[in-house]
Design a protein around this ligand. Structure first.
Ligand code: DAT
Ligand code: MG
Length: 149
């Protein structure tokens, strides 16, 4: 089982796309194990995007991700990291395959709606940035039951 950190970015929240984005992840069969609605502050944004520090788009990226509230999610599933990336589509919406979230709902790389971890180490780092262990649920025998007794 793998876990991936998803951020439904400010533009997606403002455009009313929280539902459609979560729906697509749920429809793939990924299980949500953590979710919160937060406003990312600048120090957290800089830690999350530290690998991009120094790049020309970095200041704009930090302004964008801190500009308004976001939904952060942890999803779990077999090959979750790759499946999330493929469901999101390529970083640049113009290169994203039709049917992916970024292709279907966005145009600009600087407004590409959603983040997904790019590898196991990144995922572990990012999940720990946004969630304490006790904020993540486990889908065991009990929580998986959809008809309650
Ligand atoms: P991804 O979000 O697909 O992992 P990334 O890690 O390369 O892509 O970049 C992080 C974010 O930074 C990306 O979602 C949007 C922004 N970004 C990347 N390249 C950019 C560029 N050339 N111009 C503007 N924003 C860019
Ligand atoms: Mg990335």
């Amino acid at each position: 089982m793998e876990r991936s950190l998803i951020i439904i970015k400010p533009d997606a929240v403002q455009r009313g796309l929280i539902g459609p984005i979560i729906t697509r992840l749920e429809w793939r069969g990924l299980k949500i194990v953590g979710m919160k609605f937060i406003h990312i502050d600048e120090p957290l944004a800089r830690r999350h995007y530290a690998v991009h520090e120094g790049k020309p788009f970095f200041p704009g990226l930090i302004r964008y991700i801190t500009s308004a509230p976001v939904i952060v999610l942890v999803v779990e599933g077999r090959k979750a990291i790759e499946i999330v990336r493929r469901t999101l589509g390529a970083t640049r919406p113009a290169e994203a395959a039709p049917g992916t979230i970024r292709a279907d709902f966005s145009l600009e790389v600087g407004r590409n709606l959603v983040h997904g971890s790019d590898g196991p180490e990144t995922a572990a780092f990012e999940i720990a940035l946004f969630f304490d262990d006790d904020e993540l649920v486990s889908w065991g025998r009990d929580t998986d039951r959809w008809i309650f007794e």
